[in-house]
Design a protein. Structure first.
Length: 76
């Protein structure tokens, strides 16, 4: 007999979160790119917190919430 068990170790509500693929490294500093109103991309350094199993990461500083975070760039 076998069983699959999921154990939730931590949960937070009302947090800023982004997909893991949106987080990039510059040296040992993490950043995301946001799309500004004029369609320019801006690099924002962030600090991260909890990381979920679904590839979602909590942002503890650097973003306020509501920013348009770049997750994919299509090369022409």
């Amino acid at each position: 007999m076998s069983a699959n068990i999921d154990i939730m170790t931590a949960e937070k509500g009302d947090v800023v979160k982004v997909p893991l693929r949106a987080i990039k490294l510059e040296g040992n500093r993490k950043y995301v790119e946001i799309l500004k109103e004029n369609n320019e991309v801006e690099k924002i350094f962030v600090q991260t917190g909890l990381e979920g199993d679904e590839g979602i990461v909590e942002i503890t500083s650097g973003l306020k919430g509501g920013e348009k975070v770049v997750t994919f760039v299509q090369e022409n």
